[in-house]
Design a protein around this ligand. Sequence first.
Ligand code: ZN
Length: 150
Amino acid sequence: MILMKFEFNKTPTTCKDGRDNYTFYEYQLVWMIANGKTIPAGYDIHHLDGDNMNNDSDNLVCIPKDIHYLYHNKPKNTTGIHRVHKSKDPTCSQGYIWKYQYRKDGKTTAFQSVNLKKLQEKAKQNGLKWTIIDPVKALKSYKESELNAN
Ligand SMILES: [Zn+2]
């Protein structure tokens, strides 16, 4: 549902209520009108489809700022394997080490190996999932690990 179209999508507008000036972006105003309340302190408005110009009220959700930050700044997986990344390590001849990182009891836990297949074995020994999320990237990672092992 499109409630209204503003011209201030990129620049905020200022509203006056007699005492104070409030500055809002279009998407913030659309959300507030659609939900009949102001944005709570510590919360952001997020565009569900990722399109910052789509200010349709159905595309806007109110979420805590810290979760919003994580959502837009989550590190990209480059290895193709869930929970696995290359961690810089100058003590290794290859300059990095394969790291398996996961959450356990609310804490970040990790183990590592210079060899990706050994890392996979460690994960299995610990009863942890080993999930290929991108087969092309994963194959590249395995090949890279084998090359470095020779
Ligand atoms: Zn967002």
